[in-house]
Design a protein around this ligand. Structure first.
Ligand code: HEM
Length: 152
């Protein structure tokens, strides 16, 4: 390539790059993720612990977790947190099994589901999560219902 041609190509690249940058800048920064609006990892960890504590105190839900070792509970807690973090746009990866496979043998009914999700709502009350974030979180949770509820 001649020196003249190299100069022209470089100039064209600079012009294109500037146009691309200007276009990105004019659109501004992306809106904060649900993860960020909920307060990030530590906030989600506190929410996860609060939900689990409520579930394990409930006489309908607790029997499902009966007989699990502390190490199992630790894994479930971490996986719940990873899942929540990843699904809300946080920097996490959920390494657990798909929801359908995890809950397949549990025969979870709509009533049991409603009890479980009522506790999630109580947690969000306790943490004073605003309506917009609650609704977005509810949509994420509800998107899993068909895989978890296997009995009418
Ligand atoms: C919002 C709804 C729910 C979500 C997001 C959810 C999520 C999870 C996650 C992430 C795990 C850990 C999976 C793994 O370690 O691979 C898990 C395990 C478990 N879930 Fe759920 N779950 C939900 C509803 C329920 C309900 C309604 C019940 C029953 C009352 C239930 C009972 C269990 C049990 C017993 C385990 C432990 C399974 C085992 O490791 O032996 N879950 N769930």
């Amino acid at each position: 390539m001649s020196t003249k041609l190299i100069r022209r190509v470089s100039l064209a690249a600079v012009v294109l790059l500037s146009a691309a940058c200007a276009s990105v800048q004019s659109k501004g920064a992306p809106p904060p993720s649900l993860y960020a609006r909920l307060g990030g990892y530590e906030a989600l960890a506190a929410v996860t612990d609060d939900i689990l504590a409520r579930e394990l105190k409930d006489s309908v839900i607790a029997p499902f977790f009966k007989g699990l070792e502390p190490a199992d509970m630790q894994r479930i807690r971490q996986h719940l947190l990873d899942q929540l973090c990843a699904a809300t746009g946080g920097p996490c990866f959920y390494p657990g099994k798909p929801m359908k496979a995890v809950h397949a043998e549990m025969e979870i009914t709509t009533d049991i589901w409603n009890t479980f999700t009522r506790h999630i709502a109580e947690t969000l009350d306790a943490f004073k999560v605003p309506d917009r974030e609650r609704n977005e979180l509810a949509a994420i949770v509800n998107s899993m219902k068909a895989d978890i509820v296997t009995k009418p």
